[in-house]
Every structure is written in structure tokens, then in C-alpha cells.
Design a protein around this ligand. Structure first.
Ligand SMILES: *Cc1c(COP(=O)(O)O)cnc(C)c1O
Length: 379
């Protein structure tokens, strides 16, 4: 039996070992220590944001970012239904509720037309508008955010970006050309969980260009403790800081980000090229987007066997592949939530599979995946 090919596993370079050793030797293992600030500074610089505040997870980052955008009990936050559930749970942690928005067929991200129409229609009728719009750049593909930013400006609705899966993706045309995802909304959030573009074991980042929001993010993630020796806290905060050990890991990988993205791009174009003949559809290429290709994900042809059977056949060949998320408006905690459309998200979810996309995937391994799919889908 050949080695198992995992879906997406971390790449830990030699510098990670060096930096971790430094943490151990200097006794800085908690959230106090020089790597946290170094990682924050390097991260902000890498993506072109003014400030970056490291957090214990991407979910924690979203929780705080939404709170800083003014989301509170009884707020309604527009969010795509086709996303990982953490995007939506962060709304609930703030006591608020989601307004689910369907995907657009080309990028699978939330459909800007639906949210624009909904807000304009509500405004005409004098109804309450959503308190915030959370745009998610799923699977490394930049969302069509420009119309949403304009909507946010016109109606004074803050736009928050969940860029957990899209570190390194950017806009290359139009008014946002040259800007990275996560830096165009009021606040942007990233994740460094185990299978993301870079990983700190667990961790996240809030980025913003607003110095006051950056200060508040820092404050809320450290138990809202007021500077000084005494234990004075001026609001309810959280223990959400990243540790020095985690930041050391993050910094080591961030230094290799360009290489990682290059590798992911090569993996994705190889799949696209080789699998299109089998009827596996990749996302449409839009000229304004430069994706990060975090995880290659394709749509199975209509005639293909159901996904569970495909995944188990691949599993028998030592290849890990996965379905994508079930749309969140269909999941128990959010059943019955207000939802704009939803059928496109449902049809994508029914046909999409993610294929092995680790930075360390070799060409031979990828060839094995492709040949396996040719055999299974060609049957
Ligand atoms: C991974 C992920 C998160 C949550 O990040 P964690 O670091 O796992 O808490 C949020 N949103 C999306 C879209 C994600 O993929």
C-alpha cells in the first residue's frame, strides 16, 4: 500500500525549529514574548495592512472583529450560507443573528447582487438594515467585494472580511487592484489552524488600518486589562492572545508565503488542466481576482457517482478527499434563519470535492490522485 496522501497538512521549515528552540531557551512560551510582535509586524507588512493583532484562533478574531464593528445583541449580520460554520458562530457569540446570502455560481462566494437588492429594498420600505456584512473569501478565492463596499458606504454598514482561507489572495483589476483580501473592509480576519495556508497549530489575526480599532482589538483580546500594575478592567474582554510559541511557528512560515502560494498555484493549475477532460469543473476564472488556491476544489459532473462513494474509493487508494460544507442555513443551530436564496450554495455543496493540496504534495503524489480520479470517474 503506497503512503497515504492527506488533504492538507502543514509545512514546517527548518526556521520553525530554530525559532521554537529560541522560545524554549529564552523561557518565553506564553503570550508574552518577542515573536508575537514580530509576527504581527511581519504579517501586516506582508498583506499591506497598517495593524495586525494576533489571536488564539480565527474564530476568536471574528468574534472580536464583529464586536468592534458594533455587532451586538439583536443585530443582524449578512453572511454567506456557503462557508465554514465558524464564520456564523462568531455572529452568535455576539448575541446577533445571521442573514444568510446565497453564493454566486462563478466564484462560490456570496452573491453581491442579492445583498445589494435586499438592503436597497429594505431601505425603500424603511425597514431595519443589517448591522454589518461579513464577506467570506472561501477556499482562497476573493469575493466580489467592491459592490458590497459601496453598499456599506451608502448605508453606513460596516464590512468585515473573513479571509481565514485566503491569505495571499488579492485583487488585480478595478478600484481594488493591488489590494490583498482582508485589507479592504473595516477589519479583516485570518486563521492559522492546522490546514490553512500557514499554521501556528491554532491561531488567527485581526487586521485593520484604523489605529483605534487596532488598540481596541488588542485590549479585548487581553481581558480588557487597563495598562498598569493593578488589575483594572474597563469592559468584558477575552483571553484570546496568541502564544509566543505559536507566533514563532507562524513567523517561520510567513517568511515562505510566496513559495507556498507558488506551490499551491502549480497544484491547482495541474488539477484544472488534467481533470477538466473528466468533466470536473473548476471555478470560473474572473480577471479581477488572484486567488491563493488554498485548497483545490472541483465540481463533479452530474453523471458521477455520489460523493460518499467517490471519497471512499479514493480512501481505499490512500487518498484523502473531502466534501465541502453543507450550507449553514440547512444546519441545526441555524435552521429557520432568514435566507436569501440558497439553491446555488446547495447545488455547489452537493457536487464539490476537495483534493489533496498540501504545500508538500509531490508531483508523483498528485499524479496518483489524478490517475485515481481518471480510473474512478472514467468507469
Ligand atoms: C478556518 C476558518 C475559520 C475559523 O478559524 P479557526 O482558526 O479554525 O478558528 C473561520 N472562517 C473560515 C471560512 C474558515 O475556513
Amino acid at each position: 500500500m503506497p503512503d497515504r496522501i492527506p488533504l492538507s497538512v502543514p509545512h514546517l521549515p527548518p526556521s520553525a525549529h530554530t525559532y521554537l528552540k529560541e522560545c524554549l531557551e529564552t523561557n518565553f512560551v506564553s503570550s508574552v514574548g518577542p515573536f508575537v510582535a514580530k509576527f504581527e509586524e511581519a504579517f501586516a507588512k506582508a498583506i499591506g495592512a497598517r495593524y495586525a493583532v494576533a489571536c488564539s484562533s480565527g474564530t476568536a478574531a471574528l468574534h472580536v472583529a464583529l464586536r468592534l464593528a458594533g455587532v451586538t445583541t439583536d443585530s443582524e449580520v449578512a453572511v454567506p450560507t456557503f462557508t465554514f460554520i465558524a464564520s456564523v458562530n462568531a455572529i452568535s457569540y455576539n448575541g446577533a443573528r445571521p442573514l444568510f446570502v446565497d453564493s454566486e455560481a462563478r466564484t462560490w462566494n456570496l452573491d453581491p447582487n442579492q445583498i445589494v437588492d435586499e438592503v436597497e429594498e429594505r431601505a425603500r420600505r424603511g425597514e431595519t438594515l443589517p448591522s454589518a456584512i461579513e464577506v467570506v473569501h472561501i477556499l482562497g478565492y476573493p469575493a466580489d467585494i467592491e459592490p458590497i463596499l459601496r453598499l456599506g458606504q451608502n448605508f453606513e454598514i460596516p464590512v468585515i472580511e473573513d479571509a481565514a482561507e485566503a491569505l495571499g489572495a488579492s485583487y488585480v483589476e478595478g478600484p481594488l487592484a493591488g489590494r490583498q483580501v482582508g485589507t479592504v473592509g473595516r477589519l479583516g480576519c485570518f486563521s492559522f489552524n492546522g490546514n490553512k495556508v500557514i499554521t501556528t497549530g491554532g491561531g488567527g489575526m485581526i487586521v485593520t488600518d484604523d489605529p483605534e480599532l487596532a488598540d481596541s482589538a488588542q485590549h479585548l483580546t487581553t481581558q480588557a486589562r487597563v495598562a498598569g500594575l493593578e488589575y483594572i478592567h474597563d469592559e468584558v474582554g477575552y483571553n484570546y492572545r496568541l502564544t509566543n510559541i505559536a507566533a514563532a511557528l507562524g513567523l517561520a512560515q510567513l517568511e515562505l508565503l510566496d513559495e507556498y502560494l507558488e506551490k499551491k498555484r502549480a497544484i491547482s493549475s495541474r488539477y484544472t488542466e488534467r481533470l477538466s477532460g473528466l468533466g470536473l469543473e473548476s471555478r470560473e476564472h474572473t480577471s479581477w481576482a488572484s486567488p491563493s488556491y488554498w485548497l483545490y476544489c472541483g465540481l463533479l459532473p452530474d453523471h458521477a457517482a455520489p460523493i460518499p462513494s467517490l471519497l471512499s474509493k479514493l480512501g481505499d487508494l490512500g487518498i484523502e478527499a473531502r466534501p465541502v460544507w453543507s450550507p449553514i442555513h440547512k444546519q441545526k443551530p441555524y435552521a429557520g434563519s432568514r435566507t436569501l436564496g440558497g439553491h446555488i450554495a446547495e447545488s455547489i455543496a452537493a457536487r464539490a470535492v476537495s483534493l489533496p493540496s498540501s504545500v508538500g504534495l509531490t508531483e508523483e503524489e498528485q499524479e496518483r490522485v489524478i490517475v485515481a480520479l481518471e480510473t474512478i470517474l472514467g468507469d
